[in-house]
Design a protein around this ligand. Structure first.
Ligand code: F6R
Length: 618
């Protein structure tokens, strides 16, 4: 959510920043801007709108020369999307430029103080207030010539007054060759190049230039030049600086021949499953093995209850995880929205393991849940995709999804990767309890067969598009299922609504008769998940209730099911798999259905309105 890139080195900065912004655009696309420094003067260019229509055109008409600068792509928090509210923002003197991710919670109080002191503001943002505050401290601390230390100290002094979250990059027109960055609750990374360095909120923006990075910690303040970087921590005064290597290539986050990232990522899912399984099956012991749980078998054996906290699609994966873990490991599981877990006073027993799930590893709600669990003294594990992300680093242990960069704002492959991790975790815990080697082996075999079965579903993409086109004018959809298919239906509805803006509700097929069935009519199609699993007969009975009220039905059903073909208006057949693996195969046609429908309605699938990848505000 919002993206930052800073560059200092020998190259013209604007093209480097623009390319970085394009790689960050999935983080926010309300507006974007750059501040480039040359000859003691900062040139700021910023524009409302997506990068290609906005800032890229502006820079083509009005270049910003210089070999160092900072840039930002915005997802609005304070102040509507507009040229004025775009970052970078300047201080009152116009010498200091700031880009900022996060929210300054006490900005109104700080702004009042600055207004009383005669400051004038051009925007409605909290970031401009921060820029002015840095400027005030810069003047106050100045003693003779401006130095890199002065900028660092001014930033540090301002941040000591700030309540809220920030990842920032700051430059001063008087201090060429220096960028100061700082973070609290919003990621910031130094990219270490050859005679050039970078500051960014997301390693995707720098991976084409370097794989050597430093993930900054909360309260770190970094001074970055072309040939060096220094970090100190506002809390401890010493900083824990570790150089890490990025484990993906720039091409991994390219769209290739696909029309959209979402479609590319849907098609990657056979590999996603393979990557999430690789090296984790212990065939001899008929169990799963993990390198990073950091818990002894005895500790894992003593877990009596699991709470899974997550948001959005990861929360849907958690709900499916509840069904899987309870079935395979017989451990009671409770699933919480991460934000609810943080603030309600849920009594949590001592023998409870907390598990958080996050693709990005930066979702603020989920990070807060992790911290709350640890504060209460619980062991807290995480299933995370982004290596080196804050949640990955703060969890006591965990499992990486190994899904590679997910750029499509609507999560697809990370969802499937999470489900694989949950299956493996359930087997690991189950084999310490009552799960037999035979049962575990059957699930392993089912997992290993999945990549080829997902390919089979992907091959039906054109047929699924035809079905989607038939319903492209519908205003409302239901997604229904029972058992494992209930949370899968919730995810199917979320995919449709977030990229096509069609109202879609996921429901338990059985719950419909308790009220929502009143909404069914001939204009309201239902996507019915009706695989031949342990709930088949009961789900079919619910399907008949929808048909009886003239609701059109699109069924997602097991291959060879002749009964469904007679009842439903349209059927998407999926391979028959074990019950606990059904969500991993049934989600794929739902992703394709949402994708094709959104494209048919002319929606920008990779940049849905009002959304951004990775929600780093509370
Ligand atoms: C939906 C989607 C979001 C995320 C949610 C949590 O397609 O992508 O609902 O799942 O914001 O994000 P992570 O998993 O990064 O914590």
């Amino acid at each position: 959510m919002c993206g930052i890139i800073g560059y200092v080195g020998p190259k013209p900065a604007s093209p480097v920043l623009l390319e970085g912004l394009r790689r960050l655009e999935y983080r926010g696309y309300d507006s974007a801007g750059v501040a480039v420094l040359q000859d003691d003067a900062i040139t700021v260019r910023k524009k409302k709108g997506k990068i290609d229509e906005g800032i890229a055109r502006t820079l083509a008409d009005q270049p910003a020369p210089g070999t160092m600068g900072i840039a930002h792509t915005r997802w609005a928090t304070h102040g509507e999307p507009s040229d004025e509210n775009s970052h970078p923002h300047l201080d009152a003197s116009g010498r200091i430029a700031v880009v900022h991710n996060g929210v300054i919670e006490n900005y109104e109080h700080l702004k009042e103080r600055l207004l009383d002191a005669g400051h004038e503001f051009q925007s409605g943002t909290d970031t401009e207030v921060l820029a002015h505050l840095i400027g005030v401290h810069y003047e106050r601390l100045r003693d003779g010539d401006a130095t890199p230390d002065l900028l660092n100290e001014a930033v540090s002094a301002a941040l000591r007054e700030v309540i809220g979250t920030y990842g920032i990059a700051v430059i001063s027109s008087e201090i060429p060759g220096v960028i100061v960055g700082a973070r609290r609750g919003s990621p910031l990374i130094i990219g270490i190049g050859e005679d050039e360095n970078f500051l960014t909120s997301d390693s995707n923006a720098v991976v084409a230039h370097t794989k050597q990075v430093v993930f900054l910690n909360d309260y770190d303040v970094a001074t970055v030049t072309a040939g060096s970087f220094e970090v100190h921590n506002l809390g401890t005064d010493t900083a824990d600086v570790q150089i890490s290597k990025l484990e993906f290539d720039a091409e991994d986050s390219q769209r290739g021949d696909f029309e959209h990232f979402m479609l590319k990522e849907i098609h990657e899912q056979p590999r996603t499953v393979e990557n999430a399984i690789r090296g984790r099956i212990d065939s001899e012991g008929a169990t799963a093995r993990f390198g990073g749980l950091n818990m002894t078998p005895a500790e894992l054996r003593s877990v009596q209850r699991i709470i899974i906290a997550a948001s959005g699609t990861s929360w849907h994966a958690a709900l499916i995880g509840e069904y899987i873990i309870e079935a395979l490991a017989h451990i009671p599981v409770e699933v919480e929205f991460a934000h609810e877990f943080c603030y309600r006073m849920a009594p949590v027993r001592r023998d409870t393991l907390v598990l958080v799930i996050s693709q990005s590893g930066e979702t603020a709600d989920t990070l807060m849940a992790l911290r709350e669990a640890k504060r209460r003294g619980h062991r807290a594990l995480a299933i995370v995709n982004v290596v080196g992300s804050t949640i990955a680093r703060e969890a006591d242990g965990g499992i990486y999804m190994h899904a590679g960069p997910e750029i499509g704002v609507a999560s697809t492959k990370a969802f499937i990767a999470t489900l694989v991790c949950l299956e493996l975790l359930a087997i690991h815990l189950g084999r310490m309890r009552m799960l037999s080697a035979g049962q575990a082996t059957k699930t392993f075999k089912g997992l290993e067969a999945l990549p080829a079965q997902i390919e089979q579903v992907l091959a039906q993409s054109d047929a699924i598009r035809e079905i989607a086109l038939k319903y492209a004018e519908a205003d409302d959809f239901f997604f229904l299922g029972r058992g494992y298919s209930y949370p899968t239906a919730l995810e199917g509805a979320l995919k449709l609504k977030e990229i096509s803006y069609i109202h879609a509700e996921g429901y338990s097929a059985a719950e419909m008769k308790h009220g929502p069935i009143a909404l069914i009519d001939e204009k309201t199609p239902t996507v019915f998940l009706v695989p031949q699993d342990f709930m088949y007969d009961k789900t079919m009975a619910n399907l008949e209730m929808i048909r009886a009220r003239k609701g059109p039905v699109i069924a997602v059903a097991s291959e060879g099911d002749e009964q469904i073909a007679r009842i439903a208006d349209d059927v998407i057949f999926i391979p028959k798999v074990r019950d606990e693996l059904n969500p991993l195969i049934a989600s794929v046609p739902l992703q394709l259905f949402a994708y094709h429908l959104a494209v048919a309605r002319g929606c920008d699938v990779d940049k849905p309105r009002n959304l951004a990848k990775s929600v780093t505000v509370l």
